[in-house]
Ligand binder design. Structure first.
Ligand SMILES: Nc1ncnc2c1ncn2[C@@H]1O[C@H](COP(=O)(O)OP(=O)(O)O)[C@@H](O)[C@H]1O
Ligand SMILES: [Mg+2]
Length: 372
């Protein structure tokens, strides 16, 4: 069944579906073509195609053996799965209503049983903890013999930043022992926190934030496939607001399209903004248009009634200024003013007075721009 979520429906299924990521993809294609699969670590921010790419790579690399020789595990799911649930036996699970159990429940029940058995063999009684269960899950897959001996298995540990130090040590040992039969792909946002012994075994594949032009191209393809009309300014707004995160970009399009079939720039702001971002945008616009008193009233409400901290508000003002089409000189002057206000607030000076003065400067500097 097709997913109702567009980010899943439009998940890349072949290399041509990807936008951006040329370096990572060229490298993975080369590995697949030459039937090479080193241990790899995929790094990059969310929504840049890491999970989608690993599956395409493994399908090409494994060919017909994909189903038997590929295992994808989300470490975070595994770590947060309650041991009390995993304790249910397969037989007990079979009696649970179908709608209330998933293949992952069944998998976890097998993992639990194996981990308990492994503990028993080491002369220990009691329940395995999560770390032992994870270790067992990895071992279970890595150690079963492949049918075709020259072909290795591919095991993906997604969201692998959820592995703590002990788990990393255990993984390193498993990698060492089963290195001939099983290759690991670790998927994680950054290299921070990884033990050198793992890093030195892996090739790093880097995923970049998706460039704005590529986000626009992909979003307009999806919009036309869905019969959604989208204004050029709205495309630009999505590309800017998503910060290189394609999942977020597609979600914004889908949310905006749910509200109106003709998507405008304002529709995008409506779905992408937090209440604070929205109010700050309104108050900066008021200041630019010279409605200083109204602008300051909104600011007072944010601080006194809604209890936002002055530094949060200042940060949003800064983001807002960066997004507006000011000329460079105006933008630089405003950012300098923001830095001064930031300093004064850190010194404990009255935040409301200084933020108010900033609104006055915004009016001042931008009206100078428009009259120049
Ligand atoms: N480079 C890309 N090209 C096209 N679509 C992408 C790309 N990266 C992400 N997407 C979209 O975002 C969704 C999430 O991508 P995913 O691979 O899960 O990202 P990650 O694992 O890096 O967080 C995909 O289903 C797809 O719709
Ligand atoms: Mg992912």
């Amino acid at each position: 069944m097709e997913s109702p979520l567009w980010c899943i429906k439009y998940r890349p299924r072949k290399w041509e579906d990807f936008v951006g990521q040329d370096d990572a993809i060229n490298e993975l294609r080369r590995f697949a073509e030459t039937k090479t699969c080193p241990h790899m670590i995929f790094i990059g921010p969310p929504g840049t195609g890491k999970t989608a790419a690993v599956e395409i790579f493994a399908r090409e690399f494994l060919g017909d053996d994909f189903d038997a020789n590929y295992l994808w595990l989300n470490v975070r799911d595994l770590r947060t799965y309650p041991v009390s649930k995993a304790k249910r036996s397969i037989q007990a699970l079979a009696k649970v209503d179908r709608s209330k159990r998933t293949p992952f429940d069944e998998y976890m029940s097998i993992v639990y049983k194996d981990a308990k058995e492994a503990l028993r063999r080491r002369g220990k009684s009691g329940d395995p903890n999560r770390s032992e269960m994870l270790h067992q899950a990895i071992k279970m897959f890595a150690s079963t013999l492949t049918v075709i001996t020259e072909l290795v298995k591919v095991m993906v540990l997604d969201e692998a930043d959820a592995l703590d130090n002990n788990m990393q040590q255990a993984l390193r040992r498993t990698m060492e022992i089963y290195s001939d039969a099983c290759r690991f792909v670790l998927v994680t946002p950054t290299l921070a926190g990884w033990i050198p012994a793992i890093l030195s075994r892996c090739i790093v594949v880097r995923f970049q934030p998706i460039p704005e032009a590529d986000v626009k191209r992909r979003i307009s393809e999806i919009a036309s496939a869905e019969g959604v009309e989208i204004e050029e300014a709205a495309l630009t707004a999505i590309a800017r607001e998503c910060n290189g995160d394609m999942r977020r970009a597609i979600n914004m399009l889908q949310m905006a399209a749910a509200k109106s079939e003709h998507v405008s720039e304002d529709d995008i702001y409506d779905v992408s903004e937090t209440p604070l971002t929205k109010t700050v945008r309104e108050l900066v616009t008021l200041a630019i248009n010279g409605s200083f008193v109204k602008s300051r009233d909104k600011m007072r409400k944010l601080l006194a009634i809604e209890q936002y901290s002055p530094s949060e508000v200042l940060r949003e003002i800064q983001h807002d200024i960066l997004r507006r089409p000011f000329d460079d000189a105006t933008r630089i002057a405003l950012l300098e003013r923001i830095a001064v206000v930031d300093n004064r607030m850190r010194e404990g000076k009255n935040a409301f007075i200084h933020l108010g003065a900033l609104l006055a400067s915004i009016w001042h500097m931008t009206s100078a721009e428009s009259s120049a």
